[in-house]
Design a protein around this ligand. Sequence first.
Ligand SMILES: NC(=O)C1=CN([C@@H]2O[C@H](COP(=O)(O)OP(=O)(O)OC[C@H]3O[C@@H](n4cnc5c(N)ncnc54)[C@H](O)[C@@H]3O)[C@@H](O)[C@H]2O)C=CC1
Ligand SMILES: O=C(O)C(=O)COP(=O)(O)O
Length: 529
Amino acid sequence: MFKVLVSDPISDFGIQLLMDAPDVTVDKKPGLSEDELIGVIGEYDALLVRSQTKVTPRIMQAAKKLKVIGRAGVGVDNIDLDAATKSGIIVINAPDGNTITTCEHAFAMMMALARHIPQAYVKTIQGTWDRKSFVGVELRNKTLGVLGMGRIGSEVAKRAKAFGMEIIGFDPFMTEERAEKIGVKLGTVDEIIRQADFLTVHTPLTAETKHMIARPQFEVMKKGMRIVNCARGGIIDELALVEAIDEGIVAGAAFDVFEAEPPQADHPFLTHPKIIVTPHLGASTIEAQENVAIDVSEQVLHILREEPFKNAVNMPPVPATVMNKIQPYFGLAEKLGYFTAQMSKGPLLEIVVNYSGDLAEVDTQPITRYIVKGVLRQHLGSDVNVVNSMHLAKVRDINIIVQQSSVAKGFTNLLSVTLRTNEEERHVAGTLLNGYGERIVQIDKYPVDVAPEGHLLLVKHNDKPGLIGSVGTLLGDNGINIATMQVGRKIVGGSAIMVLSVDKIVTAEVIQALKNIPDLNKAKEIVFF
Ligand SMILES: NC(=O)C1=CN([C@@H]2O[C@H](COP(=O)(O)OP(=O)(O)OC[C@H]3O[C@@H](n4cnc5c(N)ncnc54)[C@H](O)[C@@H]3O)[C@@H](O)[C@H]2O)C=CC1
Ligand SMILES: O=C(O)C(=O)COP(=O)(O)O
């Protein structure tokens, strides 16, 4: 039974899928402190959060069973991604479910700012009928600067067009064609801040975007411009903004997010007459909360059940079309890595992976993660997974070389793994055969055809008459049934290998007895999972 902890308020309707799953129990414990979370996290397989729960390295260390952290929303800046990756915990988010809701909130904030709605409301309900102090401005014919033209920024731009605004945007990934399609002029950050009557930011908070709007930017802004931040606190320097408003450069600001949340009681935004604020409500609609909770619940369930999943934040993104092509190789990749590692002696220095045939034409990074996972699992067991395999190899100074070639030695696809240790170099190649599934087709220099499953016995010997019979007799005498047998050799009478799939474990004594057979050079049992 998988245990899921929900530590922030997340839509019940959205997590119904998890609550109904027969193999899952869900505990809702919103508002736990870091220490409280550390106290309970050890028993959980999955953690579901929004932005309140700060998932720190200390929590991750205590989370011995945790496989996945699901963020019911977009921003994952409350989750220490490096610590998650090192601990092999998959972090997923729900990037699409709150786009429109947050865009609408940014728009509501921009309109409230233009027409002083919050300030006018307060005065009116206090009994003052003040029509002079709240003369606003129209949005029509104003220039809206949009920094960050991803999902939310693009939707804001589309709506601004309907209000008759000119839009000038910047995003490192925005092409001229796409900008033209949504009616946005592209500009540099400098051009945007000089021209904007309204400026709205929709980037994540990164080292690059932190304080991207600060004193030097305020100094060149159009006098009387207005600023909206419904993305992340810290993109705009809060103290520099207050100064810019007090100096008359900025006419007003609307903020949904703060550098520290919740802000201290004496935060200058909370009392400034020209700044309006909301308590991080951008994603807070019934629709968005249901959407993100459904999305994240579906993916968490897939991860717990070891099924394919999407929206991982601490793994490279793979488009669905590519994923469909590469996913069938994941099992083979891990088995090849595991097989080669079991064959090898000595500390591992290098893993060389070669993709050929069909595999040379797709992004195979995720397959490499499975190979490395297979290699490392021999010694690290369940501590290694596809999230941390590359990291664990790196910290052990294991070099990973990935090669591609279009020729696949007669196969439509071929995946080969070579391990270099300080003692030897071992090599295994496999393929996915239509109708037959996973096959190992080469071991070191020998061609074979073996299904990577169960127990295999790998024997190196000299190609001499009677040797196969001796091996069969010895195994038979020890009650070990041979299911299949493959012999591979390069030249008649030269060195050869035998791969036997056997029905039960071959004990150390039997291995030793095999090694005593004349002309039998090596015997090794290989197991699969
Ligand atoms: N207030 C709230 O409750 C909510 C806030 N958010 C926040 O809104 C922001 C945007 O979310 P989405 O549009 O869904 O993300 P997104 O990933 O679709 O878009 C972000 C865009 O920012 C761009 N970007 C990154 N660095 C940049 C830079 N230096 N200059 C200009 N652009 C840059 C990226 O290329 C990307 O296109 C995120 O920070 C997210 O956490 C999202 C949902 C709710
Ligand atoms: O999705 C995001 O990035 C948000 O900021 C929304 O945060 P929340 O889930 O409302 O705590």
